[in-house]
Design a protein around this ligand. Sequence first.
Ligand code: 5GP
Length: 216
Amino acid sequence: MDQPPTDDPHGFRRRGVLFVLSSPSGAGKSTIARKLLADEPELVMSVSATTRPIRPGEVDGRDYRFVDLDRFRQMVADHEFIEWAHVFGHRYGTPKAPVEAELAAGRDVLFDIDWQGAQQLFQIAGGDVVRVFVLPPSMEELHDRLRKRATDTDAVIDARMARAAAEVSHWDGYDYVLVNDAVETCFAGVKTILAAERLKRSRQTGIIGFIRKLTR
Ligand code: 5GP
């Protein structure tokens, strides 16, 4: 990936982090993602394309790019996605160009994608990817949260609950696993992970030059 510009006083450059946040629907991931974006000006959200119908309150281009199946297939054929997968009977994919542009501009990118997406992204971008999985405190609590959200029908909620158990079974494909007992605590954990990952030596690509000057 391109080297971002630097305004660090020591000339350090930093490799961008591809920060993946996954969880079963209703575990609180969207709230955490929203808070993280509000708090972190150098972090931008990857907006996925999907064939699923738009929900009340969603905005095309902000929450997703809502496309029909033909358009999605064309995007796959044109290699426009970094990764894509079938989720709940619909297709979801991460467009490649915006991610490359943000990384080149020196920003980190946040991905709300499922375990299949996390796996594919890791295969492609390896060491630049940080995968965080957020668990609900219990399946009962998850069911409650989905019902309170009131955006889905009972049938959809049942399908999401069935799917949640399958999602959770992929916990070991992640670098960090957090339980969302209380959103503020979980959010603090996610922020700490991002801060530490940004400081990793492998991401501080200008450090060798600095050390040479320091020890000259
Ligand atoms: P929802 O329909 O509730 O917005 O999302 C359903 C699931 O699809 C969530 O688990 C979400 O993380 C996942 N998802 C959203 N966008 C993408 C994507 O671009 N790729 C993959 N693999 N999963 C996605």
